[in-house]
Design a protein around this ligand. Structure first.
Ligand code: PLP
Length: 439
């Protein structure tokens, strides 16, 4: 056990900083003042920041430390990003080593790390080709454009030529905030200021195949779906729903795109979220955990999609950046070690059981515990009967970091390297918090 833990979390060597300069002191003394003076207010300081004055200075494994040295168990992972935990030494060394070699060459030239990463992603998946970019929203932009190119290709010379442009997305779905991905994102409050967005995208009810049947036609070039809606409340797709989407896509020669930005790369206990369903998408998008905390996005595509993409039809300066890909290579190596996903599944079952026990204990406070199919992933939504903001804030004072997915849903996505002790500590803290709060 100890050996496997050492493998999961390579022994750490965190560089603890001391805060001495005047600017250091100004920052750690009152981060809110600097934020308010210098940073554009895209994030609501009251809604997002859980504790005034809190500033994280370093991390180690599943723990974060604030400027006063207080330790926090991280059950947020920077929104499902830091799968290997913080400051993994092998990951950090790979970044430093690559920085000493070459940091950037652009896609006009080759460098080793993206080629290695491409090989690892393809050989560990059922896809044929990859496109690298820098974030989840960019991955979905690219997937949308590739689907449109595929639509153009298959419609060419038929009565559908120029008309296979319709895309179905889902109510409650979130795919990013750049204009193309925002067009695929449902939440009216974040879409409406930017209307008109990309046309010919319609929204169907999630987990309602009849609604999709009513919208799909031969004009549809793609359906985009999250295997588990993350921002939409950690809502898993039903098995028959995803299978049905695949069949509808087959009937209408449309592509099935799975947005795996949040469910991808071990979060559900499998390498990819769609594997839990036994459904084969034509494209998937990846981002958050792929480089262990550095910005990256990727589209994995079957050859019939990749073949529709022509040189010059899409691109990005930083996509496949050598440093970021060097980091992602470490993540992929770790995730594909035989014991890694077994560990995730074991910890996932433990967390699921702990949450279900809390639901039994607090039936008037916990309405539903939402888990990936198989209940063996480190991903959960705890739907409560009232707003969970006070619970999130209370957990911070207890040294536990969590996030929400909607007003009444606690979202849990810890680093995949947590151990039994961490899960038990988290469940105990949540138990105490639920006991102390009326919801
Ligand atoms: C399912 C899903 N897709 C896309 C995105 C957008 O990713 P990014 O914030 O990296 O652009 C997110 C972000 O939360 C997400 O959860």
């Amino acid at each position: 056990m100890l050996q496997s833990l050492i493998k999961l979390r390579s022994s750490s060597r965190v560089l603890q900083r001391s805060f001495t300069s005047a600017l250091d002191k100004e920052i750690t003394g009152n981060p809110e003042a600097l934020e308010s003076k210098y940073i554009i207010k895209t994030y609501n300081p009251d809604g997002v920041r859980t504790k005034k004055g809190l500033i994280f200075t370093h991390g180690e494994g599943p723990y974060l430390f604030d400027a006063q040295g207080k330790k926090y168990l991280d059950f947020c992972s920077g929104i499902a990003v830091s799968s290997l935990g913080h400051s993994d030494p092998v990951w950090a060394k790979a970044i430093a080593d690559q920085a000493h070699k070459v940091c950037h060459v652009s896609n006009l030239f080759h460098s080793e790390p993206p080629l290695k990463l491409a090989k690892k992603l393809i050989e560990n998946s059922t896809f044929d080709k990859v496109f690298f970019c820098n974030s989840g929203t960019e991955a979905n932009e690219a997937a949308y454009k590739f689907a449109r190119l595929h639509g153009n290709k298959v419609a060419k010379g038929t009565p559908l030529e120029g008309k296979k442009t319709h895309v179905i997305a889902f109510k409650g779905g979130f795919h990013g905030r750049s204009s193309g991905s925002l067009s695929l994102t449902y939440k009216p409050a974040i879409r409406e200021p930017f209307l008109p967005l990309v046309p010919n995208i319609t929204f169907a009810e999630y987990n309602n195949l009849d609604d999709v049947k009513a919208q799909i036609s031969d004009h549809t070039c793609a359906i985009i779906v999250e295997p588990i809606q993350g921002e939409g409340g950690v809502m898993p797709a039903k098995a028959q729903f995803l299978k049905g989407l695949r069949e509808l896509c087959n009937q209408h020669n449309a592509l099935l795109i799975c947005d795996e930005v949040q469910t991808g790369l071990g979060r559900t206990g499998k390498l990819f979220g769609h594997e839990v369903y036994g459904v084969q998408p034509d494209l998937i998008t990846l981002a958050k955990p792929l480089a262990g905390g550095l910005p990256i996005g990727a589209v994995l595509a079957k050859d019939h999609v990749a073949d529709a993409v022509t040189p010059g039809s899409h691109g990005t300066t930083f996509g496949g950046n050598p440093i970021v890909c060097a980091a992602a290579n470490v993540v992929m190596d770790r995730l594909t070690e035989p014991s890694f996903l077994l560990h995730v599944q074991k910890m996932g079952r433990l967390m699921a059981q702990g949450l279900k026990d809390l639901q039994t204990k607090y039936p008037n406070k916990i309405k539903e515990v939402r888990l990936p199919i198989g209940e063996a992933g480190l991903y959960a939504g705890v739907e409560c009967t009232g707003p969970v903001g006070p619970i999130v804030k209370d957990l911070v004072t207890k040294g536990v970091i969590t996030i929400t997915a909607g007003e009444k849903i606690l979202r849990l996505c810890p680093p995949l390297v947590i151990n039994e002790e961490d899960v038990k500590m988290f469940i105990k803290a949540l138990d105490e918090s639920l006991a102390a709060h009326e919801l």
